[in-house]
Design a protein around this ligand. Sequence first.
Ligand SMILES: [Zn+2]
Length: 207
Amino acid sequence: MVLKRVFVSSRRMSKDDLIREYRKWYYPRSTCIAYVVSNEKCQVVNQNWICSEGTSHAEMSCINQITKWIDRDETYIMKWYMSWTPCSDCSDKVIEFLKDYTNVRLRIIAARIYYHDNEDNKRGLRSLNKENVKLSTMKWTDYLNMWHRFIYIKDDEDIEKWELFTGMRGCARTNWRWTLDSILKDNDEDSELENALSHLYIQCSNK
Ligand SMILES: [Zn+2]
């Protein structure tokens, strides 16, 4: 079988876009997803960057793009670098998508937790976790991966950690990692994250 390579013309993000949308303690209204899709050989077959527009949530736009070309006979690992975690509605829809496309494994790495006190949103994240979606918050290394993969770098432009990890005036410096851990801990007992395909996450984690 010949493995398809499906490169789409991926939009590039500017450094300003990255800082505006993905900064740790700043609360823009939009949600963005920079996504990378790899096949089971860890070859990147598709990547793009998409944001919410009006009432159209980024998760749905991303799924609409992907389902246009995805091959149900292949296994895919999809990594979403999200500025905010999904709202409860999107969590439910993502789960529907994963139940339909059982050949897709999803990993979400989010800069911030969307309305983290909202019980529906918390339930949505737990449901994703229960459906074997690996969830984590963005570390500096994740930002660097985004920098190299998605950013249109002008001249010898560089980025430093403080540019993303400094709080904007008036924005609470929530500990996102701790917040996510405490939301998901109810699932820990029955989590099935260590499933037969988890090795693929490890294999592809540096791609
Ligand atoms: Zn949503």
